[in-house]
Structures are given as C-alpha cells and as structure tokens.
Design a protein around this ligand. Structure first.
Ligand SMILES: Nc1ncnc2c1ncn2[C@@H]1O[C@H](COP(=O)(O)OP(=O)(O)OP(=O)(O)O)[C@@H](O)[C@H]1O
Ligand SMILES: [Mg+2]
Length: 282
C-alpha cells in the first residue's frame, strides 16, 4: 500500500502541529492553500504550502452541522473567523482564499451555504469539493471504496477510474457509539464521549461498540453490492470514528476484504480539501 504511506507521512506531520499553534517552514514566495472542513463534530482548518506539505492546522469542536447541513450559521461563521484569525497570526500573512467541502450529492442551497460560511469569514471560495473526493485526493485512490465514518453518518463512496460511481450515506456514526457507551455505563453523553476517546479503555470500549461497527460494515456491504462495482480493491477507512485499532479487523472479517486505515483518519478529508485536487494551480 505504497500510496497510503505518503499520505501517512502527511497525516503524521499534520497531527504533530494541529492545535499547537506551530508553523512549519514554507517558501514565503509561494502561495498557501487553505481548506475548511465543516464537520458534524468539529470544524478543521488546514494550511498547506503550494506543494501540499502541511504548514499549520487547527480545529474546534462544534455542533453547528448536522447530517451535512449547516444548522447554526452564525456560530459556524464565528468559529471559522476565529480559526482564520489564529492561523493568520501564526503564519504571518492574510489567508484570502479557501476551499470547502460537502457530502456527495449535496446540491443547491445546502451546497452554497458552505461557500457562504467561508465568504462570511472573509475568504474567497476557491472550490467546493465533495468530501470523499477530497479524501481520495490525499490517499491517491482511483479505484476502490472510501468509507468515511464521521460523527453522524457512515458514507460510502465507490470510485471507478477516479470518478465517484456510487454513494451512500447512512445515519450511523461516532455519535451512535457514544450513545451505546452512555447506555452501557449509565453516564451522560459527554462522559461517554470522554470514555470513548480514552486510549487506555480502547479494548473494553470496543467490545461494547463492536455491534455498531458491524452495522457500519453491513451498511458498507450493501452499498458495495448496490453499486454493482465488485472488485478486489481495498476499503479505505477515513473519519474520526474509525479511530479504534480493532476497527480495521472487524471490517475486514465482516466484508472479507482488505481494509486500509491511514494514520489519524479524522484528518484525511480536511487535508484533501486543502489540496483541492482537480483544480489546476494558476
Ligand atoms: N480517538 C478517537 N476515538 C474514538 N472516536 C473518536 C476519536 N476521535 C474522534 N472520534 C469520533 O469521531 C467522530 C468525528 O469524526 P470526524 O471528525 O471525521 O467527523 P466530522 O467530519 O465532524 O463529521 P461528519 O463527517 O459526520 O460530518 C466523533 O463521533 C468522535 O467522537
Ligand atoms: Mg467529515
């Protein structure tokens, strides 16, 4: 899986600098690329140099998006403004252009609202891509299956010759894992979210949430079957909720397929948005 290795390098570098305020050296003569990912559980800002190397990154947990729709516009804008201002201070220049993304199949007002958020934060919109295409861009995938296990949903995108051939988005995501843990331990949602992210509890957590992961695998199986595109291509897992080491194995056994999960899967889509594939540099 050579292609994922280069993505992993970028992801590991990004993980080291994200939310530290740290800026990696970049050629001051060249322009910077900015990506904004408005997610269900967080908003992520990524700054890359013109060769797609990470320069700066930050995120804030937020509850302003639901199922790909902006449900709190004002707060979304406030957060993006703050992330932008911090980034500008860190990198020492104004960020004037950014790309955003929407779930596949988002059209009309729901699509334009992401651009409106970026514009309201005083940046010009370079491009609005769809999320799996952004992920596939960093992972350098042309053919195969990208499964994005985010906060609210599991999204499956089937790629054939670099094009999305089939998509399915089902409302089972990391939120449902948290709800199951909350029920199991009889604690609040917030407490369960802390327990879920505790690396020391990963094994016992996974036993509790495994049925949710198997449901996600079943959703994936159906999506692949419905796409009619049955190949030996691996499944590429992205999204924050796939952050359990046994996740890959459970998926692989359930689907009888190779499953590849890059490092820090929650940052694949945000970085891909900033890379802005398909748009030639001027
Ligand atoms: N270390 C971790 N262990 C377990 N779950 C995690 C971890 N980090 C993040 N998550 C979960 O990942 C989910 C968020 O994933 P991600 O950041 O990919 O979603 P998003 O892009 O905000 O949402 P969406 O794509 O659904 O709009 C949340 O449910 C969160 O609890
Ligand atoms: Mg997402």
């Amino acid at each position: 899986m050579q292609e994922v290795e280069s993505a992993n390098e970028v992801l590991e570098t990004f993980n080291q600098i994200v939310n530290t305020g740290k800026v990696l050296p970049f050629d001051k003569k060249n322009s910077l690329k900015v990506g904004i990912d408005l997610g269900t559980s967080s908003i992520v800002l990524v700054v890359l140099d013109d060769e797609d190397n990470p320069v700066y990154g930050s995120f804030q947990y937020a509850n302003v998006i639901r199922d790909g729709l902006v449900v709190n516009y004002i707060q979304a804008v406030e957060i993006v403004r703050k992330l932008k201002a911090d980034a500008e201070e860190a990198v020492g220049r104004q960020l004037t252009v950014a790309s955003g993304a929407v779930p596949p199949g988002t059209i009309g007002k729901n699509k334009s609202v992401v651009g409106n958020v970026i514009e309201s934060a005083e940046m010009e919109v370079d491009n609005i891509v769809d999320e799996p295409t952004a992920a596939a861009c960093l992972l350098k995938i042309n053919d195969g299956y990208v499964v994005d296990v985010g906060g609210g949903t599991t999204g499956i995108s089937v790629f054939e010759k670099g094009e999305i051939q089939h998509v399915l988005d089902e409302p089972t995501g990391g939120t449902h894992m948290t709800l199951v843990l909350a029920g199991y331990h009889n604690v609040s949602y917030e407490e369960a979210e802390q327990i879920k992210r505790d690396k020391k509890k990963e094994r016992e957590n996974f036993l509790v949430i495994q049925p949710v992961v198997e449901k996600m695998a079943e959703i994936t199986r159906k999506a692949i079957e419905n796409s009619g595109y049955i190949t030996d291509s691996p499944i590429y897992l992205v999204g924050g909720a796939s952050n359990f080491s046994d996740f890959t194995d459970t998926f692989s056994k359930y689907l009888n397929k190779a499953v590849v999960k890059p490092s820090f899967p929650q940052f694949v889509t945000p970085i891909g948005i900033a890379m802005n594939c398909g748009k030639e540099a001027e």
